[in-house]
Design a protein around this ligand. Structure first.
Ligand SMILES: *Cc1c(COP(=O)(O)O)cnc(C)c1O
Length: 392
């Protein structure tokens, strides 16, 4: 088993003591133990004690102060460009609408056929609403959206490219700076979905010169079920992009309750309604932890875990008909590994019965999600051994 210099951090998570093998931290991360205390304290003191005064004291700015911290620790984003609020789906809608409006006369949104369903569905809805067409990129489902594939479809018709940095199915890691450049060379904007990269793979939005991004906080950021998503809008676009859900929380002087909506300055204009304060607390704990460990060390362990899973699959499962449906080169792979077998649906159901919890993605894919700080190498060993037994 590989040496794990980050092993001690696993004890910071609830459930570290149990025998359960958790391969789904890329769908719902484990909570940190400190979060249980934080929530209790919040209810008793900050919410219960400060009551409505809490808005002036801290909560009103929390979407932006937490956004800045997420931007710095996970996204390679300078302050003032990241806000927390709404779900990923709603933020996708807001940013896609903003982007399309900023490219009048252009007629297409480019998205790949294997992008996450909500990304495809929202793009389809925005295209119909705005009279645009969807332009599909066909991709290999064991890989993802490459520079070559994207270069073939973008044109002077493209308003916006929507791409996932890490593909939810295969874990293919797209080239952030190359794809951004290809979109820009065609005069289009690009919107990155970072849901499967934030917290497992370093992201460099400013260095890529990305325009827009969204990402989820309940996966590798351990925010808890339904915790709010974040959005990034590059500083150079903040003055001229406008989003469609014109709520009071993104307006100038919300408490003046004025007669008309005037968007406020900066990233705050991308907020709409009252932020989900309680649900941001757990995310903040995860930012603290990754600041302590360092994102480079997190990525190093993430690579170690996926390499180990692939090595075990090759050694013990390939003879039983299992293939690796993720990139073999760690440089092109995010934080999970998909193993393919025609019987995987049955195998995943049986694994859940044994407290081995991966997830299943049709057709025939077992996703081994490896949340870097909360997954041990020993869990990988035991999980793959269980798959081997079930395949007989
Ligand atoms: C998990 C995930 C989402 C989730 O969207 P919600 O609005 O939180 O349901 C969106 N996009 C991608 C790529 C994801 O992996």
């Amino acid at each position: 088993m590989p040496h794990d210099p980050l092993q001690q951090y696993r004890d910071r998570f609830v459930g570290a003591e149990s025998d359960l093998v958790y391969f789904d931290g890329n769908s719902l991360g484990r909570p940190l133990k400190v979060t249980a205390e934080r929530l209790r304290e919040f209810v008793l003191e900050e919410w219960g004690g400060r009551l409505i005064r809490g808005w002036d004291e801290r909560w009103f700015d929390l979407p932006l102060t937490l956004g800045d911290r997420i931007g710095r620790t996970f996204l390679g984003a300078a302050p003032g460009q990241v806000a927390v609020g709404d779900s990923t789906t709603v933020l996708l809608y807001k940013l896609m609408r903003a982007a399309v409006a900023a490219r009048p006369g252009r007629t297409e949104i480019v998205v790949d056929r294997d992008n996450f369903p909500t990304d495809r569905y929202v793009a389809d809805g925005v295209a119909r609403e705005c009279g645009l067409a969807l332009r599909w990129v066909d991709v290999d489902t064991s890989a993802g959206i490459t520079a070559e594939l994207l270069a073939d479809v973008v044109s002077e018709r493209t308003a916006l490219v929507v791409a996932s940095h890490v593909a939810y199915r295969s874990a293919y890691l797209a080239d952030g700076s190359a794809l951004t450049r290809i979109a820009h060379d065609a005069g289009a904007l690009i919107l990155w979905d970072l849901s499967h990269s934030g917290g497992s793979v370093p992201v460099e939005l400013d260095a890529w010169q990305a325009d827009l991004a969204v990402g989820c906080t309940y996966k590798y950021l351990n925010g808890g079920p339904g915790s709010p998503a974040y959005c990034y809008v590059a500083a150079r676009h903040l003055d001229d992009l406008s989003q469609p859900i014109q709520g009071w929380m993104g307006a100038t002087d919300p408490f003046l309750m004025g007669p008309v909506y005037t968007p406020t300055q900066g990233i705050r204009r991308f907020l709409s309604g009252t932020p989900a304060v309680t649900a941001m607390l757990a995310v903040s704990d995860m930012v603290d932890l990754v600041d302590e460990v360092g994102m480079a060390a997190v990525r190093e362990k993430s690579v170690g875990l996926t390499e180990h899973a692939i090595a075990l699959a090759d050694e013990h499962l390939s003879g039983r008909g299992v293939t690796v449906a993720s990139p073999r080169d760690a440089g092109w792979r995010g934080g999970h590994v998909t193993l393919h077998h025609r019987d995987m649906q049955r195998v995943v159901a049986a694994l859940w019965e044994r407290d081995v919890i991966p997830d299943y993605r049709d057709p025939g894919g077992l996703r081994v999600g490896l949340s870097p700080l909360s997954t041990s190498y020993d869990e990988v060993d035991r999980g793959i051994a269980a798959v081997r037994e079930l395949l007989g």
